[in-house]
Design a protein around this ligand. Structure first.
Ligand SMILES: *Cc1c(COP(=O)(O)O)cnc(C)c1O
Length: 850
């Protein structure tokens, strides 16, 4: 029989244990080891059974045990100390508090957040990254307000059928059993936001608050009685439906999210955000809500747009077009022709997101395109992804070379306290007196090779045991009442070179590349002296049958009796599994089709634990591979077709494992320690951990994007938005005049017929400004090495200044030093110039000498 309703009865804790409530509900406990140890000590067995979830554990522990703890002074003392320590953590000045001119708060919007296993509001890397961003922000004292949706079923739970087919289930989450609290009005009623829908409808949402250390995360939830049955399901699942369902989620996230922040700041007195950061395009509607708000204060759409752009940061996460949300234009038009956004015309919205550019599909409304147009600052998530994004979105700045496209990059990082195995942190604490593994000297002799290797062995052993447990649980589920096959107890070997591979299963990640040559893989797995073993996991998007077929191929291979002890597919990849998986692998494998992996973070988490990477030079690895921290699989970019490419890259993969990786792993000294391998572990820990940590990432966001954006918004808002009005008028004037702006001619002098190194080239450019003034433009000489095609490379630029005799047309002059021998080329270009622009390419306007 099925229950029609379900709820969780919260434990009433004995008074002396009241602090446990606070320790359990602030998610800092998900990365604070001493707090986790305290909860574990209450009942180690229950702790495992409840997957390390203190709220669930406190609900399950019997009252006798609680009474016992309440009278245990040592326990109460330890818990009180931890509560006091939490209070200090929440209130003391940290890194951000030492900055000047930093915004009082920052809003961070994301469709998913992966914070703790108990709160599965993520599908993959994007969500985990958002969770890590909040955690690192908390540690650094960055005053972020997170905004997302509360999905009743989160992402699906994966099981694998006996035939190897992925089965999805959507366990419903009970918010009462989670560390959430409803945001309430002073009268005790739940605070709400409401969105006007077509045909007079309305969508209501309540607001859950999650405490992530110092950060408050607001999650909007439509499953409330105010909504019709149908609208209650808007936040039912992460990426549940397509089309309109998805649009409703994104309208709620963006527009409802800004409204929720307003409610939250009004109720709590927390400062309103000076910057809005949108993690991928899904939350893009937030800019429109802010525009609507400003229109209400008397600005025009164009003026409001300047303000919003100044204070918005947009992060793009995917070079895969299928990863970008696009809606049918008429659908957007229908939703925008309502009272949803007072004062905003549907036509203005459509102009922001419609693919009305070369190569675009004008029937589609593209959320990334709107995101870029609503944000003055944008970034990709690794250096290579920055480059790829400048190419990919270059169509929006068609006259500019890709390197001038205003999209920078901030390479992702991962939250070290979350992703470093407690075995390694306590090892560091013991050896160095410092549990922060990203800041100790791993090269030092304080740590012996044998000790470090022993710790790595314990992590591998931990993984082997966890894998056996998971496989056994999955078997019980599929075959109730049937005992485990005997060979399960020999599944994986804690002494064998262990290679891990886990990720979502879109085609470009190539889950089955390793199966290209099955005989060769079998030989590696069963090598008599130097065997390898593979631990694999990953979820396919529920609608992606191709991905599910890949999983089935892998599961089929892994069930062959000859190899089944050495290769295992673990169902239901999630944060909980990941935490044991990354540290337990000796080598972390990643073989995407370059350059489609924007950054990739699983390899970073592995590296933090001393695991070595084996990867295509894509995403973060293209930036950080240094020959000592792992291995690079060469990309066969120039191969004839995809199949040929897969074949070549798979061969390189097998070769690397067979000839380099396995020999190094099994090359042991008299104490059975692979000293050469341990050297690489030390090097990885010493050089990569600080770079890969989310602290580095969040600091970069603060310094390079948040502070400049906050400053830009303050500047443009000054004096009753006067600068915004002027900038909007100036942009309109420049855009109108621009078709007439051109470089009439360029004269050069100052060098002899044979130019020599050290000469100076004098230039005079005559520019027709078509009614603009010399102050409206920047005239530059662009110079560098000229290739045979006349294309300039290694480009530099110098401003040419307007000369006194200038009239109309205006004359600009300057010099260029000839600092390099060899071919030299130059041209002159004109771009709009205004102190409130963040990039020369911002308006997409340029006139180049021809
Ligand atoms: C880190 C992580 C990911 C993302 O890994 P990628 O390498 O970016 O694919 C996905 N799922 C879980 C559970 C993770 O911990």
């Amino acid at each position: 029989m099925k229950a029609i309703r379900r709820f969780t009865v919260r434990t009433v804790l004995p008074e002396r244990l009241g602090m446990l409530e606070e320790l359990a509900t602030n998610l800092r406990r998900s990365w604070h080891q001493p707090t986790r140890q305290l909860f574990r000590s209450i009942d180690p067995e229950l702790w495992e059974l409840t997957s390390h979830d203190p709220v669930a554990m406190l609900g399950a522990v019997d009252s006798e045990r609680l009474e016992q703890l309440a009278s245990d002074d040592t326990f109460v003392g330890a818990a009180t100390e931890l509560r006091d320590e939490l209070h200090t953590y929440l209130s003391e000045p940290r890194w951000y508090q030492s900055l000047t001119d930093a915004p009082a708060s920052i809003a961070y919007f994301s469709p998913e957040f992966g914070i703790a296993a108990a709160l599965p509001q993520y599908s993959g890397g994007l969500g985990i990254l958002a969770g890590d961003h909040l955690k690192a922000a908390s540690d650094l004292g960055v005053p972020i307000i997170g905004v997302g949706l509360f999905y009743r079923a989160g992402y699906f739970r994966q099981a694998i059928s006996r035939e190897g087919w992925q089965l999805e289930s959507y366990p419903v989450l009970d918010p009462d059993g989670l560390p959430l609290s409803v945001l309430r009005n002073p009268d005790g009623s739940a605070a709400q936001v409401v969105l006007a829908l077509p045909d007079g409808g309305a969508l209501y949402a309540r607001i859950w608050q999650v405490a992530v250390g110092r950060i408050t995360l607001l999650l909007l939830d439509t499953d409330i009685p105010e909504n019709s049955e149908q609208l209650r399901t808007v936040t039912d699942r992460l990426y549940g439906g397509g089309g309109e369902h998805r649009l409703l989620q994104e309208l709620l996230l963006g527009i409802g999210g800004v409204r929720a922040i307003k409610v939250y700041t009004d109720l709590t007195g927390v400062a309103s955000p000076g910057v809005f950061h949108t993690n991928e395009g899904h939350a893009g509607f937030l800019g429109l809500e802010r525009i609507s708000d400003l229109i209400g204060q008397g600005l025009s759409f164009a003026e409001a747009l300047q303000v919003v752009r100044a204070g918005t940061v947009f992060t793009t996460h995917t070079p895969v077009p299928a990863g970008i949300d696009r809606f049918e234009v008429p659908l957007i038009e229908r939703y925008m022709s309502t009272d949803l956004l007072p004062g905003v015309d549907a036509a203005d919205v459509l102009a922001l997101g419609t693919e009305n550019y070369e190569g675009g599909d004008p029937s589609k409304f593209n959320m990334a395109v709107m995101g870029l147009r609503l944000a003055q600052r944008a970034n990709g998530v690794s250096q290579l992804h920055g480059e790829v994004s400048r190419e990919m979105f270059g169509v929006l700045w068609p006259e500019f070379d890709p390197e001038d496209v205003p999209i920078t990059s901030v390479t992702n990082g991962v939250h070290a306290p979350t992703w470093t195995d407690p075995l390694l942190t306590s090892f560091a604490a013991e050896k160095f007196g410092n549990p922060d593994t990203t800041s100790v000297d791993w090269m030092s002799e304080v740590v012996s090779d044998a000790d470090l290797w022993a710790i790595r062995g314990r992590m591998r052993d931990q993984l082997v045991r966890d894998a056996r447990r998971r496989v056994s649980l999955a078997w019980q589920e599929q075959n109730p009442g049937v005992g485990d096959p005997a060979w399960f107890s020999e599944l994986l070997d804690p002494e064998i070179l262990t290679i891990g591979f886990a990720r979502r299963v879109p085609t470009y990640k190539r889950l089955t590349l390793m199966l290209q040559d099955q005989d060769r893989l079998r030989a590696l797995l069963t090598h008599p002296e130097r065997p390898i073993q593979l631990v694999i996991a990953g979820k396919s998007h529920p609608a992606d049958d191709e991905g599910k077929r890949l999983i089935r191929r892998l599961v089929e291979f892994a069930s062959e009796p000859e190899v089944r002890k050495r290769i295992v597919f673990l169902p239901n990849y999630d944060i909980g599994m990941a935490k044991t998986l990354y540290p337990g692998t000796d080598v972390w494998l990643n073989n995407p089709l370059r350059p489609l992996e924007a950054c990739g973070t699983s390899g970073m988490k592995a590296a933090l634990n001393g695991s070595l990477n084996l990867s295509i030079l894509d995403g973060w690895w293209a930036e950080f591979y240094d020959e000592e921290n792992g291995w690079a699989i060469p990309s066969a970019d120039s191969a004839g077709d995809g199949a040929e490419r897969d074949k070549l890259e798979a061969e390189s993969l097998y070769d690397l494992i067979e000839h380099q990786i396995a020999p190094r792993f099994y090359d042991r000294n008299a104490d059975d320690v692979p000293t050469r391998w341990v050297e690489s572990i030390r090097h990885t820990l010493a050089t990569l951990s600080p770079e890969l940590s989310a602290d580095r990432m969040v600091k970069e966001y603060v310094e390079r994007l948040y502070i400049p954006a906050a400053r830009a918004e303050r500047e443009i808002e000054a004096k009753g938005y006067q600068p915004a009005r002027e900038l909007a008028a100036w942009k309109a004037r420049v855009t109108d005049a621009w078709p007439g702006v051109h470089v009439a001619h360029v004269e050069s002098g100052g060098v002899d017929s044979v130019p020599q190194l050290g000469d100076e080239l004098h230039l005079r450019a005559t520019v027709d400004l078509a009614g603009l003034t010399p102050d409206d433009v920047l005239v530059e000489v662009v110079y560098g090495r000229a290739q045979a095609s006349d294309r300039l490379v290694s480009v530099s630029r110098r401003e040419l200044r307007v000369t006194e005799e200038s009239g109309s047309p205006a004359v600009f002059a300057g010099t260029v030093p000839l600092e390099r021998s060899g071919s030299f080329g130059y041209t002159v270009r004109v771009v709009p110039k205004h102190p409130l622009l963040a990039s020369d390419a911002e308006l997409g306007l340029v006139a180049v000498a021809v």
